[in-house]
Design a protein around this ligand. Structure first.
Ligand SMILES: Nc1ncnc2c1ncn2[C@@H]1O[C@H](COP(=O)(O)OP(=O)(O)O)[C@@H](O)[C@H]1O
Ligand SMILES: [Mg+2]
Length: 306
């Protein structure tokens, strides 16, 4: 899909395919186009160009039908601060024509589901950040949507609030809801998403499971921390190609494609050379490294193209 705001290209051919019943992470930095994409997918904004379908329906031609099948948790949600959590949900239920009894029952079920049953009567202004977001999430589920959009659901929350919201999102999985979740947090996509599209500059620059993305960056790495910084160079020579030396931390980092073999080889080589290691570990690259490497690569490409 394509979308411009004046001269500004917010979406520049973004292509997304989300499998039914999965959580799809859209991972990108500020300004990447995440909110624009969510607004188009949820019929709040029309794309300039491109064909966009949600739940098998065209978002432009069949916007009303799409709206009936989706839920949206925006970056700023619309709950009433003065009312209690239960009252808020009940109000949403009535708005969606569930009827007084239906709305009440739905509110109770959702409060229970997101661990808010005890605080349902408290005014929302007394809620913690994590509780508020769980209430927002409950509100977006009033209509039992087939597809749910979560735009940066944990931005601004403290670690505890994030953990609470993660738990709530996980509880949706398996209920059959298809979830599209945007985030700038690499660990969040890693934790919650079945598949991830990395976006930058209004288009997808990579797509895959967290493991696939990590593998694309070049596979596992081995970290070695030495006792004696003076022996870093010597140890680096033993580790072979692609070693990164971090003098301050007395640390070496090298590719370890064959994991266990690399670990064994390194331990032996250091031992034979009489170099003492404080710590040795084989690890997968973090999504931070993946992201940096992918965005660097596209920037390099762009420079070459220009
Ligand atoms: N209403 C708007 N008018 C002009 N530019 C906008 C508007 N909304 C977003 N943009 C620009 O479009 C780009 C994508 O924005 P957005 O979709 O909000 O990104 P994200 O949600 O990933 O941070 C950004 O460069 C942003 O400044
Ligand atoms: Mg945004």
């Amino acid at each position: 899909m394509h979308k411009r705001y004046g001269d500004k290209r917010a979406l520049d051919g973004l292509d997304l395919t989300v499998r039914r019943g999965t959580v799809h992470g859209v991972l990108g930095p500020n300004g990447a186009g995440k909110t624009t994409a969510v607004r188009i997918l949820s019929t709040l904004l029309r794309p300039d160009r491109g064909r966009v379908e949600v739940a098998g329906l065209d978002v432009c031609a069949e916007a009303r039908e799409v709206r009936r099948r989706i839920g949206l948790l925006g970056q700023h949600a619309a709950v009433d601060e003065e009312l209690g959590g239960r009252q808020n949900l009940e109000m949403f239920g009535r708005l969606y024509h569930l009827g007084a009894r239906g709305a009440g029952a739905r509110a109770d079920a959702l409060l229970e589901r997101f661990g808010l049953a005890d605080t349902g009567r408290k005014p929302v202004k007394q809620y913690s950040g994590g509780m508020r977001r769980r209430l927002d999430l409950a509100a977006s589920l009033i209509t039992d949507p087939q597809v749910l959009f979560l735009d940066e659901p944990t931005t601004g929350l403290d670690p505890r609030g994030r953990a609470e919201v993660w738990g709530a999102v996980r509880s949706l999985v398996g209920g059959g809801t298809t979830v599209l979740l945007t985030t700038q947090y690499l660990d969040e996509a890693d934790q919650l998403a079945d598949r991830i599209s990395v976006i930058d500059g209004g288009r997808a620059i990579a797509d895959g499971t967290a493991d696939e993305l990590k593998a694309r960056v070049g596979g596992d790495r081995i970290d070695v921390v030495l006792r004696d910084a003076a022996r870093l160079r010597e140890a680096a020579a033993l580790l072979g190609d692609g070693v990164v030396v971090d003098e301050d931390r007395r640390r070496l980092n090298a590719p370890a494609q064959d994991r266990m073999a690399a670990l064994t080889r390194t331990v032996r080589a250091l031992e034979e050379a009489g170099i003492e290691a404080e710590d040795i570990a084989v690890r997968r690259p973090t999504l931070d490294e993946v992201f940096l490497s992918l965005t660097d690569r596209t920037r390099d490409d762009a420079e070459v193209a220009a």
